[in-house]
Design a protein around this ligand. Structure first.
Ligand code: EPU
Length: 320
């Protein structure tokens, strides 16, 4: 089902952005690709679609290059550009929907790699003053699906470009995320190139995650919850097969997909929306369901997970 925006503007340059911010009196909703947002009602705001384009190499070192990418570049097109030039570092992040400028906000991550691993800095415009400011990696304060732009500086800046550092010769190949390793073994690939990694990731993603252009979804709806070891030990008594990843000496991360599947929701449909049958962390819109329907389903899941496991699931998607 559609929702309606009060006003919409597609922004093609920093000058356009400064001009519109300077004269705008409405609330703002800033969109990159719009792939990580659930709209539950009409948007009483000026919607800005950041469509500033451009990729350029800014420095060349012996084994690295630094590349500046404008915020409106599509993420996967940037990854493909890197693979064509044989620049390594983002191949594990192949096929993630969305744009480059919004990727740092939630520190996108997949298959053992996060955006912060290749991030050097970004440039962002202050919404109030239209001043441009550079943010270093430290200043962005990246965490799991998090950054300063979702915390202290939420709603204050619009990212206009990002600088990444990529390897140009000796690439660090990251296959330690289970599914990549077994996919490469299956395909008989022993010394994978960054292009092989990208192909493996694309194939794994396609087998689990529905294409948002074909079947409405926002990827993982929830974050994987982090709990203490002591809580984990208790859960393990009741659920001996519970999977986990160690995140520190005191904490473990539990795959939310497993919790949702174990609570019985995987593949369940409710009219024209439901829980994806290949990855329970993804909520899907089969037809004309509304954002409200999806939100209600997510709340139902959160309640069930709290009752069954005593774990609070936080949404990963931005809900409006
Ligand atoms: N699992 C189940 N049932 C399911 C789904 C998952 O039991 O229906 C369990 C399995 O034990 C599996 C484990 O969960 O081994 C991990 O599953 P998967 O590799 O699919 O990853 P995930 O933890 O569910 C995260 C990210 C994804 C990212 C993948 C791969 C979050 C919230 N999600 O999912 O990111 O693609 O890892 O790295 O961290 C996204 O953010 O939108 C997204 C798709």
């Amino acid at each position: 089902m559609h929702v309606v925006a009060k006003e919409f503007a597609s922004i093609k340059s920093k000058q356009d952005l400064a001009k519109i911010l300077n004269t705008n009196l409405s609330d703002l909703l800033v969109l990159g690709g719009g792939s990580n947002i659930l709209l539950t009602k009409d948007v009483d705001a000026l919607v800005l679609h950041i469509n500033i384009k451009g990729i350029e190499v800014v420095s060349v070192y012996e084994n690295n290059v630094r590349v500046r990418v404008a915020a409106g570049e599509n993420w996967h097109e940037f990854v493909s550009w890197c693979l064509d030039k044989n620049y390594g570092g983002v191949e594990n992040l192949s096929l993630i929907p969305g744009n480059v400028g919004t990727a740092p906000i939630q520190n996108i991550g997949a298959y053992g790699v996060e955006l912060k691993d290749t991030f050097i800095s970004c440039e962002a415009m202050n919404i109030q003053t239209q001043e441009l400011r550079a943010f270093t990696k430290e200043e962005c304060d990246f965490g799991y699906r998090n950054s300063i732009f979702k915390e202290e500086l939420k709603g204050q800046y619009i990212i206009t470009s990002v600088i990444f550092e990529l390897s140009s010769h000796q690439h660090t190949i990251k296959t330690n995320y289970g599914a990549i390793d077994s996919k490469l073994k299956n395909d008989g690939i022993e010394n994978p190139t960054i292009q092989d990694i990208s192909k493996a990731v694309i194939s794994i993603r396609n087998s689990k995650l529905p294409n948002p252009k074909v079947l409405g979804n926002s990827g993982s709806f929830f974050k994987n919850p982090v709990i203490s070891y002591s809580e984990f030990e208790l859960l393990k008594i009741q659920f001996p097969k519970i999977p986990y990843y160690k995140v520190s000496e005191t904490n473990v991360k539990i795959p939310a997909g497993w919790l949702i599947e174990t609570a019985g929701f995987k593949g369940k449909t409710f009219g024209n929306y439901g829980v994806h049958n290949k990855q329970a962390l993804v909520l899907v819109n089969y037809g004309n369901a509304s954002g409200k329907d999806i939100l209600e389903l997510s709340e139902k899941i959160q309640e069930a997970i709290l009752i069954v496991f005593d774990i609070v699931l936080e949404s990963e998607v931005n809900i409006l």
